[in-house]
Write a protein that binds this ligand. Structure first.
Ligand code: ADP
Length: 582
Protein backbone atom coordinates (compact mmCIF):
# COMPACT_ATOMS: atom_id res chain seq x y z
CA UNK A 1 0.00 0.00 0.00
CA UNK A 2 2.71 2.47 1.00
CA UNK A 3 4.80 1.41 -2.02
CA UNK A 4 1.94 2.47 -4.32
CA UNK A 5 1.54 5.72 -2.38
CA UNK A 6 5.22 6.45 -3.03
CA UNK A 7 4.68 5.68 -6.72
CA UNK A 8 1.74 8.06 -6.97
CA UNK A 9 3.72 10.77 -5.22
CA UNK A 10 6.58 10.23 -7.70
CA UNK A 11 4.00 10.35 -10.54
CA UNK A 12 2.94 13.81 -9.30
CA UNK A 13 6.39 14.97 -10.52
CA UNK A 14 6.77 18.73 -10.38
CA UNK A 15 3.59 19.00 -8.28
CA UNK A 16 5.09 17.01 -5.37
CA UNK A 17 5.73 20.15 -3.29
CA UNK A 18 2.05 21.08 -3.55
CA UNK A 19 1.12 17.55 -2.52
CA UNK A 20 3.28 17.64 0.62
CA UNK A 21 2.18 21.12 1.58
CA UNK A 22 -1.43 19.94 1.18
CA UNK A 23 -0.66 17.01 3.52
CA UNK A 24 0.68 19.43 6.16
CA UNK A 25 -2.55 21.44 5.95
CA UNK A 26 -4.48 18.19 6.12
CA UNK A 27 -2.71 17.31 9.39
CA UNK A 28 -3.46 20.70 10.97
CA UNK A 29 -7.04 20.61 9.75
CA UNK A 30 -7.45 17.20 11.47
CA UNK A 31 -5.83 18.50 14.61
CA UNK A 32 -8.35 21.33 14.63
CA UNK A 33 -11.24 18.82 14.62
CA UNK A 34 -9.98 17.43 17.95
CA UNK A 35 -9.51 20.82 19.61
CA UNK A 36 -13.23 21.70 20.21
CA UNK A 37 -13.86 18.35 21.97
CA UNK A 38 -10.72 18.72 24.11
CA UNK A 39 -11.63 22.30 25.00
CA UNK A 40 -15.19 21.30 25.90
CA UNK A 41 -13.83 18.46 28.08
CA UNK A 42 -11.44 20.86 29.81
CA UNK A 43 -14.22 23.41 30.45
CA UNK A 44 -16.56 20.70 31.72
CA UNK A 45 -13.82 19.42 34.03
CA UNK A 46 -13.31 22.92 35.43
CA UNK A 47 -17.08 23.36 35.86
CA UNK A 48 -17.40 20.07 37.79
CA UNK A 49 -14.45 21.04 40.01
CA UNK A 50 -16.05 24.46 40.66
CA UNK A 51 -19.32 22.73 41.53
CA UNK A 52 -17.60 20.53 44.13
CA UNK A 53 -15.81 23.60 45.52
CA UNK A 54 -19.16 25.42 45.65
CA UNK A 55 -17.67 28.32 43.69
CA UNK A 56 -18.84 30.05 40.49
CA UNK A 57 -17.45 29.16 37.05
CA UNK A 58 -15.20 31.98 35.92
CA UNK A 59 -16.53 33.98 32.94
CA UNK A 60 -13.08 34.12 31.39
CA UNK A 61 -13.00 30.30 31.20
CA UNK A 62 -16.30 30.27 29.29
CA UNK A 63 -15.19 33.02 26.89
CA UNK A 64 -11.73 31.49 26.34
CA UNK A 65 -13.28 28.08 25.62
CA UNK A 66 -15.78 29.63 23.27
CA UNK A 67 -13.13 31.54 21.32
CA UNK A 68 -10.87 28.49 21.10
CA UNK A 69 -13.78 26.42 19.72
CA UNK A 70 -14.81 29.13 17.21
CA UNK A 71 -11.22 29.67 16.01
CA UNK A 72 -10.46 25.96 15.75
CA UNK A 73 -13.58 25.48 13.59
CA UNK A 74 -12.54 28.45 11.42
CA UNK A 75 -8.96 27.15 11.10
CA UNK A 76 -10.24 23.66 10.35
CA UNK A 77 -12.19 25.12 7.43
CA UNK A 78 -9.28 27.28 6.28
CA UNK A 79 -6.76 24.39 6.33
CA UNK A 80 -9.18 22.06 4.50
CA UNK A 81 -9.71 24.74 1.87
CA UNK A 82 -5.96 25.30 1.40
CA UNK A 83 -5.39 21.55 1.15
CA UNK A 84 -8.10 21.24 -1.51
CA UNK A 85 -6.72 24.16 -3.51
CA UNK A 86 -3.23 22.68 -3.47
CA UNK A 87 -4.05 19.03 -4.09
CA UNK A 88 -7.26 18.63 -6.02
CA UNK A 89 -6.16 19.66 -9.49
CA UNK A 90 -2.83 17.77 -9.42
CA UNK A 91 -4.29 14.52 -10.81
CA UNK A 92 -5.92 16.28 -13.76
CA UNK A 93 -2.82 18.33 -14.54
CA UNK A 94 -0.42 15.37 -14.49
CA UNK A 95 -2.82 13.08 -16.41
CA UNK A 96 -3.42 15.65 -19.11
CA UNK A 97 0.35 16.00 -19.68
CA UNK A 98 0.76 12.24 -19.69
CA UNK A 99 -2.08 11.74 -22.18
CA UNK A 100 -0.41 14.14 -24.63
CA UNK A 101 2.93 12.42 -24.03
CA UNK A 102 1.37 8.99 -24.73
CA UNK A 103 -0.17 10.39 -27.93
CA UNK A 104 3.33 11.48 -29.03
CA UNK A 105 4.77 8.08 -28.17
CA UNK A 106 2.11 6.24 -30.19
CA UNK A 107 2.90 8.49 -33.16
CA UNK A 108 6.54 7.41 -33.05
CA UNK A 109 6.24 3.64 -32.57
CA UNK A 110 6.46 1.31 -35.59
CA UNK A 111 3.00 0.50 -36.99
CA UNK A 112 3.71 -3.16 -36.22
CA UNK A 113 3.22 -2.26 -32.55
CA UNK A 114 -0.51 -1.79 -33.20
CA UNK A 115 -0.94 -5.18 -34.78
CA UNK A 116 1.09 -6.93 -32.07
CA UNK A 117 -0.83 -5.21 -29.24
CA UNK A 118 -4.56 -5.19 -29.66
CA UNK A 119 -6.26 -1.82 -29.96
CA UNK A 120 -8.42 -2.51 -26.88
CA UNK A 121 -5.27 -2.83 -24.77
CA UNK A 122 -3.88 0.51 -25.94
CA UNK A 123 -7.28 2.16 -25.64
CA UNK A 124 -7.81 1.01 -22.02
CA UNK A 125 -4.29 2.22 -21.21
CA UNK A 126 -4.92 5.73 -22.49
CA UNK A 127 -8.49 6.00 -21.24
CA UNK A 128 -9.48 3.74 -18.30
CA UNK A 129 -6.09 3.32 -16.68
CA UNK A 130 -5.10 6.93 -16.93
CA UNK A 131 -8.55 7.97 -15.71
CA UNK A 132 -8.20 5.69 -12.68
CA UNK A 133 -4.98 7.44 -11.86
CA UNK A 134 -6.35 10.88 -12.68
CA UNK A 135 -9.55 10.57 -10.66
CA UNK A 136 -8.42 8.29 -7.86
CA UNK A 137 -4.66 8.68 -7.47
CA UNK A 138 -4.55 11.97 -5.57
CA UNK A 139 -7.82 11.26 -3.78
CA UNK A 140 -6.40 8.03 -2.37
CA UNK A 141 -3.18 9.71 -1.27
CA UNK A 142 -5.39 12.29 0.44
CA UNK A 143 -7.66 9.67 2.10
CA UNK A 144 -4.66 7.78 3.46
CA UNK A 145 -2.58 10.77 4.56
CA UNK A 146 -5.66 12.51 5.94
CA UNK A 147 -6.89 9.33 7.64
CA UNK A 148 -3.62 8.70 9.44
CA UNK A 149 -3.04 12.44 10.11
CA UNK A 150 -6.40 12.65 11.89
CA UNK A 151 -5.56 9.55 13.87
CA UNK A 152 -2.11 10.85 14.87
CA UNK A 153 -3.57 14.23 15.87
CA UNK A 154 -6.03 12.56 18.26
CA UNK A 155 -3.42 10.03 19.38
CA UNK A 156 -1.21 12.91 20.57
CA UNK A 157 -4.07 14.07 22.84
CA UNK A 158 -4.52 10.49 24.09
CA UNK A 159 -0.82 10.25 25.05
CA UNK A 160 -1.23 13.42 27.06
CA UNK A 161 -4.33 12.25 28.97
CA UNK A 162 -4.07 8.45 28.98
CA UNK A 163 -1.00 6.63 27.62
CA UNK A 164 -2.81 3.29 28.07
CA UNK A 165 -5.65 4.39 25.76
CA UNK A 166 -3.06 5.69 23.28
CA UNK A 167 -1.30 2.30 23.32
CA UNK A 168 -4.56 0.43 22.65
CA UNK A 169 -5.47 2.71 19.73
CA UNK A 170 -1.97 2.37 18.20
CA UNK A 171 -2.20 -1.46 18.50
CA UNK A 172 -5.65 -1.38 16.81
CA UNK A 173 -4.38 0.71 13.92
CA UNK A 174 -1.27 -1.49 13.42
CA UNK A 175 -3.46 -4.60 13.26
CA UNK A 176 -5.81 -2.86 10.82
CA UNK A 177 -2.81 -1.77 8.68
CA UNK A 178 -1.82 -5.46 8.33
CA UNK A 179 -5.30 -6.28 7.08
CA UNK A 180 -5.18 -3.26 4.75
CA UNK A 181 -1.92 -4.41 3.22
CA UNK A 182 -3.66 -7.79 2.63
CA UNK A 183 -6.46 -5.94 0.78
CA UNK A 184 -3.92 -3.99 -1.24
CA UNK A 185 -1.88 -7.10 -2.16
CA UNK A 186 -5.04 -8.96 -3.11
CA UNK A 187 -6.13 -6.07 -5.34
CA UNK A 188 -2.68 -5.79 -6.94
CA UNK A 189 -2.82 -9.50 -7.76
CA UNK A 190 -6.31 -9.39 -9.22
CA UNK A 191 -6.07 -5.97 -10.93
CA UNK A 192 -4.00 -7.47 -13.78
CA UNK A 193 -6.76 -10.00 -14.47
CA UNK A 194 -9.39 -7.24 -14.28
CA UNK A 195 -7.46 -5.08 -16.74
CA UNK A 196 -7.06 -8.00 -19.15
CA UNK A 197 -10.77 -8.60 -18.91
CA UNK A 198 -11.55 -4.90 -19.48
CA UNK A 199 -9.24 -4.86 -22.50
CA UNK A 200 -11.06 -7.90 -23.89
CA UNK A 201 -14.33 -6.08 -23.24
CA UNK A 202 -13.11 -2.93 -25.10
CA UNK A 203 -11.84 -4.99 -28.05
CA UNK A 204 -15.11 -6.91 -28.23
CA UNK A 205 -17.10 -3.64 -28.09
CA UNK A 206 -14.96 -2.06 -30.85
CA UNK A 207 -15.30 -5.15 -33.04
CA UNK A 208 -19.05 -5.31 -32.44
CA UNK A 209 -19.59 -1.63 -33.30
CA UNK A 210 -17.35 -1.81 -36.38
CA UNK A 211 -19.23 -4.86 -37.63
CA UNK A 212 -22.71 -3.44 -37.00
CA UNK A 213 -23.39 -2.55 -40.66
CA UNK A 214 -22.71 -6.19 -41.64
CA UNK A 215 -24.72 -7.48 -38.66
CA UNK A 216 -27.68 -5.34 -39.76
CA UNK A 217 -27.43 -6.08 -43.47
CA UNK A 218 -27.30 -9.85 -42.93
CA UNK A 219 -29.80 -9.82 -40.06
CA UNK A 220 -27.40 -12.01 -38.07
CA UNK A 221 -25.76 -11.39 -34.74
CA UNK A 222 -22.86 -13.72 -35.34
CA UNK A 223 -19.66 -14.17 -33.38
CA UNK A 224 -19.09 -10.50 -32.62
CA UNK A 225 -22.10 -10.23 -30.29
CA UNK A 226 -21.21 -13.58 -28.71
CA UNK A 227 -17.70 -12.29 -27.98
CA UNK A 228 -19.21 -9.13 -26.54
CA UNK A 229 -21.55 -11.11 -24.24
CA UNK A 230 -18.75 -13.46 -23.27
CA UNK A 231 -16.48 -10.51 -22.35
CA UNK A 232 -19.25 -8.88 -20.26
CA UNK A 233 -19.87 -12.13 -18.37
CA UNK A 234 -16.14 -12.65 -17.77
CA UNK A 235 -15.79 -9.12 -16.38
CA UNK A 236 -18.76 -9.62 -14.03
CA UNK A 237 -17.35 -12.96 -12.75
CA UNK A 238 -13.96 -11.38 -12.10
CA UNK A 239 -15.48 -8.48 -10.17
CA UNK A 240 -17.49 -10.87 -7.96
CA UNK A 241 -14.43 -13.04 -7.35
CA UNK A 242 -12.40 -9.98 -6.34
CA UNK A 243 -15.11 -8.81 -3.93
CA UNK A 244 -15.11 -12.25 -2.29
CA UNK A 245 -11.33 -12.22 -1.86
CA UNK A 246 -11.48 -8.75 -0.36
CA UNK A 247 -14.18 -9.44 2.30
CA UNK A 248 -12.10 -11.39 4.94
CA UNK A 249 -9.36 -8.71 5.04
CA UNK A 250 -11.98 -5.98 5.27
CA UNK A 251 -13.67 -7.75 8.21
CA UNK A 252 -10.31 -8.12 10.00
CA UNK A 253 -9.55 -4.44 9.44
CA UNK A 254 -12.90 -3.26 10.84
CA UNK A 255 -12.80 -5.82 13.69
CA UNK A 256 -9.35 -4.57 14.83
CA UNK A 257 -10.63 -0.99 14.99
CA UNK A 258 -13.90 -1.83 16.79
CA UNK A 259 -11.96 -3.93 19.30
CA UNK A 260 -9.60 -1.00 19.93
CA UNK A 261 -12.62 1.36 20.43
CA UNK A 262 -14.05 -0.99 23.05
CA UNK A 263 -10.62 -1.33 24.69
CA UNK A 264 -10.28 2.46 24.99
CA UNK A 265 -13.71 2.81 26.66
CA UNK A 266 -12.97 -0.04 29.09
CA UNK A 267 -9.48 1.21 30.05
CA UNK A 268 -10.69 4.79 30.51
CA UNK A 269 -13.69 3.63 32.57
CA UNK A 270 -11.32 1.69 34.81
CA UNK A 271 -8.97 4.69 35.11
CA UNK A 272 -11.94 6.93 35.98
CA UNK A 273 -13.08 4.51 38.69
CA UNK A 274 -9.50 4.51 40.03
CA UNK A 275 -9.61 8.32 40.10
CA UNK A 276 -6.76 8.60 37.56
CA UNK A 277 -8.83 10.66 35.10
CA UNK A 278 -11.85 12.84 35.67
CA UNK A 279 -15.40 12.16 34.50
CA UNK A 280 -15.19 14.95 31.92
CA UNK A 281 -12.12 13.41 30.29
CA UNK A 282 -13.73 9.99 30.42
CA UNK A 283 -16.64 11.43 28.40
CA UNK A 284 -14.13 12.96 25.97
CA UNK A 285 -12.49 9.54 25.47
CA UNK A 286 -15.88 7.91 24.88
CA UNK A 287 -16.64 10.53 22.21
CA UNK A 288 -13.18 10.14 20.64
CA UNK A 289 -13.39 6.37 20.65
CA UNK A 290 -16.26 6.71 18.14
CA UNK A 291 -14.58 9.22 15.84
CA UNK A 292 -10.92 8.25 16.30
CA UNK A 293 -11.04 5.38 13.81
CA UNK A 294 -13.64 6.87 11.47
CA UNK A 295 -10.98 8.22 9.12
CA UNK A 296 -8.87 5.03 9.34
CA UNK A 297 -11.94 2.88 8.59
CA UNK A 298 -12.39 4.53 5.18
CA UNK A 299 -8.81 3.61 4.24
CA UNK A 300 -9.98 0.08 3.36
CA UNK A 301 -11.61 1.35 0.16
CA UNK A 302 -8.46 3.33 -0.58
CA UNK A 303 -6.14 0.37 -0.16
CA UNK A 304 -8.31 -1.66 -2.53
CA UNK A 305 -8.19 1.18 -5.07
CA UNK A 306 -4.43 1.52 -4.56
CA UNK A 307 -3.99 -2.08 -5.74
CA UNK A 308 -5.88 -1.21 -8.93
CA UNK A 309 -3.86 2.00 -9.35
CA UNK A 310 -0.60 0.06 -8.96
CA UNK A 311 -1.52 -2.23 -11.80
CA UNK A 312 -2.71 0.75 -13.91
CA UNK A 313 0.68 2.38 -13.37
CA UNK A 314 2.46 -0.82 -14.49
CA UNK A 315 0.41 -0.72 -17.67
CA UNK A 316 1.12 2.94 -18.35
CA UNK A 317 4.82 2.39 -17.72
CA UNK A 318 4.90 -0.42 -20.26
CA UNK A 319 3.18 1.87 -22.79
CA UNK A 320 5.67 4.63 -22.06
CA UNK A 321 8.69 2.38 -22.32
CA UNK A 322 7.91 1.21 -25.84
CA UNK A 323 10.81 1.86 -28.19
CA UNK A 324 10.43 4.69 -30.71
CA UNK A 325 11.15 3.73 -34.28
CA UNK A 326 13.28 6.87 -34.74
CA UNK A 327 14.99 6.91 -31.34
CA UNK A 328 18.42 7.28 -32.95
CA UNK A 329 17.23 9.49 -35.81
CA UNK A 330 18.22 13.08 -36.46
CA UNK A 331 16.75 16.00 -38.36
CA UNK A 332 17.99 15.56 -41.92
CA UNK A 333 17.33 17.52 -45.12
CA UNK A 334 18.13 15.12 -47.96
CA UNK A 335 20.15 16.51 -50.91
CA UNK A 336 17.88 14.89 -53.47
CA UNK A 337 14.73 12.79 -53.68
CA UNK A 338 16.41 9.73 -55.21
CA UNK A 339 15.12 6.64 -53.42
CA UNK A 340 17.29 3.52 -53.56
CA UNK A 341 16.39 0.01 -52.35
CA UNK A 342 19.53 -2.09 -51.70
CA UNK A 343 18.97 -5.81 -50.95
CA UNK A 344 15.87 -4.97 -48.94
CA UNK A 345 14.02 -7.79 -47.18
CA UNK A 346 11.13 -7.35 -44.80
CA UNK A 347 8.45 -9.34 -42.94
CA UNK A 348 5.79 -8.25 -40.48
CA UNK A 349 6.54 -11.27 -38.30
CA UNK A 350 9.95 -12.75 -37.56
CA UNK A 351 9.09 -16.07 -39.24
CA UNK A 352 7.66 -14.72 -42.51
CA UNK A 353 9.22 -12.64 -45.29
CA UNK A 354 6.91 -10.41 -47.35
CA UNK A 355 9.56 -8.61 -49.44
CA UNK A 356 12.68 -10.46 -50.58
CA UNK A 357 15.94 -8.91 -51.65
CA UNK A 358 14.60 -5.86 -53.50
CA UNK A 359 17.03 -3.76 -55.54
CA UNK A 360 15.91 -0.74 -57.56
CA UNK A 361 16.23 3.04 -57.82
CA UNK A 362 13.45 5.62 -58.01
CA UNK A 363 15.15 8.70 -59.53
CA UNK A 364 14.07 12.17 -58.45
CA UNK A 365 11.18 13.76 -60.39
CA UNK A 366 10.16 10.55 -62.14
CA UNK A 367 7.03 8.43 -61.91
CA UNK A 368 7.37 4.82 -60.78
CA UNK A 369 4.30 2.64 -61.18
CA UNK A 370 4.12 -0.41 -58.96
CA UNK A 371 1.97 -3.21 -60.32
CA UNK A 372 1.36 -6.77 -59.30
CA UNK A 373 -1.23 -9.16 -57.91
CA UNK A 374 -3.05 -8.46 -54.68
CA UNK A 375 -0.99 -9.49 -51.64
CA UNK A 376 2.32 -9.35 -53.54
CA UNK A 377 3.74 -6.61 -51.28
CA UNK A 378 3.04 -3.30 -53.08
CA UNK A 379 1.59 -1.45 -50.05
CA UNK A 380 4.28 -2.92 -47.82
CA UNK A 381 6.95 -1.47 -50.12
CA UNK A 382 5.33 2.00 -49.87
CA UNK A 383 5.04 1.70 -46.08
CA UNK A 384 8.79 1.03 -45.92
CA UNK A 385 9.54 4.23 -47.87
CA UNK A 386 7.54 6.20 -45.27
CA UNK A 387 9.35 4.28 -42.52
CA UNK A 388 6.18 2.99 -40.93
CA UNK A 389 8.33 -0.10 -40.42
CA UNK A 390 12.07 -0.69 -40.56
CA UNK A 391 13.59 -3.15 -43.02
CA UNK A 392 14.85 -6.48 -41.66
CA UNK A 393 17.93 -6.45 -43.85
CA UNK A 394 19.47 -4.30 -46.58
CA UNK A 395 18.76 -0.57 -46.65
CA UNK A 396 16.59 2.11 -48.21
CA UNK A 397 18.17 5.50 -48.85
CA UNK A 398 16.70 8.90 -49.61
CA UNK A 399 19.16 11.36 -51.17
CA UNK A 400 21.95 8.94 -50.23
CA UNK A 401 21.00 8.82 -46.51
CA UNK A 402 19.71 5.64 -44.85
CA UNK A 403 16.06 6.13 -43.77
CA UNK A 404 17.06 4.89 -40.31
CA UNK A 405 19.16 8.04 -39.86
CA UNK A 406 16.05 10.27 -40.14
CA UNK A 407 13.54 11.18 -37.47
CA UNK A 408 10.02 10.32 -38.66
CA UNK A 409 9.10 14.00 -38.76
CA UNK A 410 12.08 15.02 -40.88
CA UNK A 411 11.52 12.10 -43.27
CA UNK A 412 7.78 12.58 -43.62
CA UNK A 413 8.21 16.28 -44.36
CA UNK A 414 9.39 15.05 -47.77
CA UNK A 415 6.48 12.69 -48.41
CA UNK A 416 2.75 13.09 -49.12
CA UNK A 417 0.69 9.94 -49.06
CA UNK A 418 -2.73 9.35 -50.54
CA UNK A 419 -4.24 6.07 -49.43
CA UNK A 420 -7.02 4.11 -51.04
CA UNK A 421 -8.95 3.98 -47.80
CA UNK A 422 -9.22 7.66 -47.02
CA UNK A 423 -9.43 8.61 -43.38
CA UNK A 424 -11.02 11.94 -42.59
CA UNK A 425 -11.12 13.19 -39.02
CA UNK A 426 -14.35 14.21 -37.29
CA UNK A 427 -13.53 17.86 -37.80
CA UNK A 428 -14.25 20.64 -40.31
CA UNK A 429 -13.36 20.11 -43.95
CA UNK A 430 -10.93 23.03 -43.59
CA UNK A 431 -9.04 21.35 -40.75
CA UNK A 432 -9.01 18.05 -42.62
CA UNK A 433 -7.36 19.75 -45.60
CA UNK A 434 -4.82 21.65 -43.53
CA UNK A 435 -4.01 18.60 -41.37
CA UNK A 436 -0.47 18.25 -42.71
CA UNK A 437 0.12 22.02 -42.97
CA UNK A 438 -1.27 23.69 -39.83
CA UNK A 439 0.08 27.11 -40.81
CA UNK A 440 -1.62 27.23 -44.22
CA UNK A 441 -3.61 30.40 -45.01
CA UNK A 442 -7.24 30.39 -46.13
CA UNK A 443 -6.17 31.32 -49.67
CA UNK A 444 -3.74 28.37 -49.79
CA UNK A 445 -6.44 25.98 -48.52
CA UNK A 446 -8.91 27.16 -51.16
CA UNK A 447 -6.24 26.98 -53.90
CA UNK A 448 -5.43 23.37 -52.94
CA UNK A 449 -9.13 22.49 -52.83
CA UNK A 450 -9.64 24.05 -56.27
CA UNK A 451 -6.68 22.18 -57.73
CA UNK A 452 -7.96 18.93 -56.23
CA UNK A 453 -11.41 19.56 -57.78
CA UNK A 454 -13.24 19.73 -54.46
CA UNK A 455 -13.88 23.44 -54.00
CA UNK A 456 -17.23 23.35 -55.85
CA UNK A 457 -18.79 20.52 -53.90
CA UNK A 458 -17.47 21.98 -50.60
CA UNK A 459 -19.06 25.34 -51.39
CA UNK A 460 -22.35 23.58 -52.17
CA UNK A 461 -22.47 22.21 -48.60
CA UNK A 462 -24.52 24.34 -46.16
CA UNK A 463 -21.51 25.27 -44.05
CA UNK A 464 -18.87 25.17 -46.78
CA UNK A 465 -15.37 24.65 -45.40
CA UNK A 466 -16.78 24.66 -41.85
CA UNK A 467 -18.84 21.52 -42.45
CA UNK A 468 -17.98 18.84 -39.91
CA UNK A 469 -17.12 15.56 -41.57
CA UNK A 470 -18.90 12.56 -40.00
CA UNK A 471 -16.74 9.88 -38.43
CA UNK A 472 -14.45 8.40 -41.07
CA UNK A 473 -16.03 10.81 -43.57
CA UNK A 474 -19.33 8.97 -43.64
CA UNK A 475 -21.34 11.93 -44.92
CA UNK A 476 -19.28 12.33 -48.11
CA UNK A 477 -19.10 10.06 -51.14
CA UNK A 478 -16.00 7.91 -51.74
CA UNK A 479 -14.86 10.16 -54.61
CA UNK A 480 -15.32 13.34 -52.55
CA UNK A 481 -13.33 11.93 -49.65
CA UNK A 482 -10.59 10.92 -52.06
CA UNK A 483 -10.40 14.43 -53.49
CA UNK A 484 -10.23 16.00 -50.01
CA UNK A 485 -7.33 13.69 -49.20
CA UNK A 486 -5.65 14.79 -52.43
CA UNK A 487 -6.19 18.46 -51.46
CA UNK A 488 -4.58 17.66 -48.09
CA UNK A 489 -1.56 16.17 -49.87
CA UNK A 490 -1.38 19.11 -52.31
CA UNK A 491 -1.33 21.63 -49.50
CA UNK A 492 1.55 19.78 -47.86
CA UNK A 493 3.38 20.14 -51.15
CA UNK A 494 6.02 17.50 -50.38
CA UNK A 495 8.50 16.60 -53.14
CA UNK A 496 7.67 12.87 -52.99
CA UNK A 497 4.13 11.58 -53.51
CA UNK A 498 3.11 8.02 -52.65
CA UNK A 499 -0.24 7.23 -54.12
CA UNK A 500 -2.49 4.21 -54.02
CA UNK A 501 -4.73 4.48 -57.06
CA UNK A 502 -8.36 3.81 -56.18
CA UNK A 503 -9.74 0.51 -57.36
CA UNK A 504 -13.14 0.93 -55.75
CA UNK A 505 -15.82 1.47 -58.35
CA UNK A 506 -16.08 5.20 -58.65
CA UNK A 507 -18.53 6.78 -61.07
CA UNK A 508 -17.01 8.13 -64.33
CA UNK A 509 -17.62 11.78 -63.35
CA UNK A 510 -15.70 11.29 -60.10
CA UNK A 511 -12.98 9.26 -61.80
CA UNK A 512 -12.36 12.08 -64.25
CA UNK A 513 -12.17 14.65 -61.42
CA UNK A 514 -9.89 12.40 -59.35
CA UNK A 515 -7.54 11.97 -62.30
CA UNK A 516 -7.45 15.72 -62.76
CA UNK A 517 -6.72 16.18 -59.05
CA UNK A 518 -3.96 13.57 -59.16
CA UNK A 519 -2.22 15.20 -62.12
CA UNK A 520 -2.26 18.53 -60.27
CA UNK A 521 -0.84 16.87 -57.15
CA UNK A 522 1.91 14.97 -58.89
CA UNK A 523 3.13 17.64 -61.27
CA UNK A 524 6.94 17.98 -61.06
CA UNK A 525 7.30 15.53 -58.14
CA UNK A 526 8.87 12.15 -57.45
CA UNK A 527 5.92 9.81 -57.68
CA UNK A 528 5.49 6.25 -56.51
CA UNK A 529 2.08 5.00 -57.52
CA UNK A 530 0.42 1.67 -56.88
CA UNK A 531 -1.20 1.69 -60.29
CA UNK A 532 -4.28 -0.08 -61.57
CA UNK A 533 -5.31 2.05 -64.57
CA UNK A 534 -3.67 1.37 -67.90
CA UNK A 535 -3.29 5.09 -68.67
CA UNK A 536 -1.26 5.63 -65.49
CA UNK A 537 0.89 2.58 -66.06
CA UNK A 538 1.69 3.43 -69.67
CA UNK A 539 2.76 6.96 -68.79
CA UNK A 540 5.14 5.91 -65.99
CA UNK A 541 8.90 6.40 -66.42
CA UNK A 542 9.51 3.08 -64.73
CA UNK A 543 7.29 0.13 -63.89
CA UNK A 544 8.11 -2.29 -61.07
CA UNK A 545 6.27 -5.58 -61.30
CA UNK A 546 6.07 -7.07 -57.84
CA UNK A 547 5.22 -10.73 -57.60
CA UNK A 548 5.54 -12.86 -54.48
CA UNK A 549 7.50 -10.14 -52.69
CA UNK A 550 10.20 -9.80 -55.34
CA UNK A 551 10.75 -7.49 -58.31
CA UNK A 552 9.73 -9.86 -61.09
CA UNK A 553 10.24 -7.29 -63.89
CA UNK A 554 11.44 -3.72 -64.18
CA UNK A 555 11.35 -1.25 -67.13
CA UNK A 556 9.08 0.97 -69.21
CA UNK A 557 5.74 -0.15 -70.63
CA UNK A 558 7.22 -0.80 -74.06
CA UNK A 559 10.23 -2.67 -72.70
CA UNK A 560 8.09 -4.89 -70.51
CA UNK A 561 5.57 -5.63 -73.25
CA UNK A 562 8.44 -7.03 -75.31
CA UNK A 563 9.27 -9.51 -72.51
CA UNK A 564 7.54 -12.78 -71.67
CA UNK A 565 6.17 -12.67 -68.12
CA UNK A 566 3.77 -11.42 -65.48
CA UNK A 567 3.47 -7.92 -66.96
CA UNK A 568 2.06 -8.99 -70.28
CA UNK A 569 -0.56 -11.16 -68.58
CA UNK A 570 -1.37 -8.32 -66.20
CA UNK A 571 -1.86 -5.84 -69.05
CA UNK A 572 -4.02 -8.29 -70.97
CA UNK A 573 -6.31 -8.64 -67.95
CA UNK A 574 -6.44 -4.87 -67.41
CA UNK A 575 -7.21 -4.22 -71.08
CA UNK A 576 -10.04 -6.68 -70.91
CA UNK A 577 -11.41 -5.17 -67.68
CA UNK A 578 -11.22 -1.59 -68.91
CA UNK A 579 -12.63 -2.62 -72.26
CA UNK A 580 -15.59 -4.15 -70.48
CA UNK A 581 -16.16 -0.95 -68.53
CA UNK A 582 -16.25 1.10 -71.74
P1 ADP B 1 -0.51 -5.60 -51.80
O1 ADP B 1 -0.44 -4.17 -51.49
O2 ADP B 1 0.34 -6.00 -52.96
O3 ADP B 1 -1.92 -6.10 -51.98
P2 ADP B 1 0.43 -5.96 -49.12
O4 ADP B 1 1.72 -5.23 -49.08
O5 ADP B 1 -0.76 -5.28 -48.55
O6 ADP B 1 0.10 -6.43 -50.58
O7 ADP B 1 0.59 -7.34 -48.37
C1 ADP B 1 1.67 -8.23 -48.59
C2 ADP B 1 1.58 -9.37 -47.61
O8 ADP B 1 1.79 -8.86 -46.30
C3 ADP B 1 0.22 -10.04 -47.57
O9 ADP B 1 0.45 -11.43 -47.42
C4 ADP B 1 -0.46 -9.48 -46.38
O10 ADP B 1 -1.30 -10.43 -45.80
C5 ADP B 1 0.72 -9.19 -45.45
N1 ADP B 1 0.44 -8.03 -44.61
C6 ADP B 1 0.07 -6.81 -45.02
N2 ADP B 1 -0.05 -5.96 -43.98
C7 ADP B 1 0.25 -6.68 -42.87
C8 ADP B 1 0.31 -6.39 -41.47
N3 ADP B 1 0.04 -5.17 -40.99
N4 ADP B 1 0.64 -7.37 -40.62
C9 ADP B 1 0.93 -8.60 -41.07
N5 ADP B 1 0.90 -8.94 -42.37
C10 ADP B 1 0.56 -8.02 -43.27
Amino acid sequence: MFKTMKRIIRWAGKYQKRLWLGAVFSFFSSFMTAVPTMTAAYALDQAIQAYWRNSRIENTLIWQSLWIIVFSIAFNFLFSYLKAVLQESIGYEVASGQRIHLGDILKRVPLGYFSRNNVGEILTGVTTELSTLELQGMKMVDVIINGYAKFIAILLCFIWFSPAAAFISAAGVILSALALSGISKNSERTAGVTHKSMEAMSSAAIEYIRGLPIVKSFGQEGVSIERFHEASRALKDIHIKIEKGYTPFNCLHLFALKLASMGIVLVCAWQTLQGQISLAYFLMFVLFSFVLFGSVETINEASHTLGVIDSAMDKLESLENVKYIDEDGSDIRPDSCDIVFENVSFGYEAHSTVLKDLNFTIPQNTTTAIVGPSGSGKSTLCNLIARFYDVNSGKITLGGRDLREFTCDSLLKNISMVFQNVYLFRDTIRNNIKFGSPDATEAEIVAAAKAACCHDFIMALPQGYDTIVGESGSSLSGGEKQRISIARAMLKNAPIVILDEATASIDPENEHLIQEAISALTHGKTIIIIAHRLATIEKADQILVIDGGTVAQKGTHEELLRQEGTYRKFIAIREKAEGWRI
